[in-house]
Design a protein around this ligand. Structure first.
Ligand code: GTP
Length: 210
């Protein structure tokens, strides 16, 4: 999805564009589709039998805005309860988070609200949070109202979208909306010919630019 129709460098940066790098974390109950959303966004793929994440997974993807290339360093966390205590390592220092629930599972919505609370208390105070109601392709099994989640998001200053990793609905759009909302200040930008090497950073790294 990145750089379509534009001259790009090997690191995904568009020539002449400013480069900006952000750490983004995905949180949410197990099996809501966090890994599937990342796989769709990064590789354009979907697996019906996606394996449950152990610990966390790291991937990167770039998004091109008008004059800025935004590189996301994505930490896909494991949703199983036994990994809960690891989560702060991944959300600390993150500039963005996607909290995911499954629209067919009320419990996962309640869990998502708890993640939002935890982020608001313990993460970077300026963190951009998006709430994603995933599996909209299963709308006939819906148990979480769109309006309820939208109202909750408005009350809590969150971006909100319903998504489907299976059909790709709104997947790129969530990341794009986050990229647009993130502050592009001097600290997060590099000029056009910057040559970034991106290695999996330690989870506690807090600055967005190499
Ligand atoms: N129908 C449908 N199934 C989905 C969607 N997204 C994910 N799934 C399925 O839901 C299951 C769980 O997906 P994962 O991506 O592994 O979920 P996860 O939140 O990363 O789970 P953990 O790694 O355990 O935290 C898999 O069988 C996926 O194929 C979707 O949008 N629609």
């Amino acid at each position: 999805m990145a750089n379509r129709g534009m001259a790009s460098r090997p690191n995904g940066q568009v020539a002449g564009n400013k480069m900006c790098q952000f750490k983004l974390v995905l949180l949410g109950e197990s099996a809501v589709g966090k890994s599937s959303l990342v796989l769709r966004f990064v590789k354009g793929q979907f697996h019906e039998f996606q394996e449950s994440t152990i610990g966390a997974a790291f991937l990167t993807q770039t998004v091109c805005l008008e004059d800025t290339t935004v590189k996301f360093e994505i930490w896909d966390t494991a949703g199983q309860e036994r990994y809960h205590s690891l989560a702060p390592m991944y959300y600390r220092g993150a500039q963005a988070a996607i909290v995911v629930y499954d629209i067919t599972n009320q419990d996962s919505f309640a869990r998502a609200k708890n993640w939002v609370k935890e982020l608001q208390r313990q993460a970077n105070p300026n963190i951009v949070i998006a709430l994603a109601g995933n599996k909209t392709d299963l709308a006939n099994q819906r148990t979480v109202d769109f309006e309820e989640a939208q109202g909750y998001s408005e009350d809590n200053g969150l971006l909100f979208m319903e998504t489907s990793a299976k059909t790709a609905m709104n997947v790129n759009d969530v990341f794009l909306a986050i990229a647009k909302k993130l502050p592009k200040n001097d600290q997060s930008m590099q000029s056009g010919n910057a040559n970034l090497t991106v290695e999996p950073p330690p989870p506690s790294r807090s600055q967005c630019c190499a």
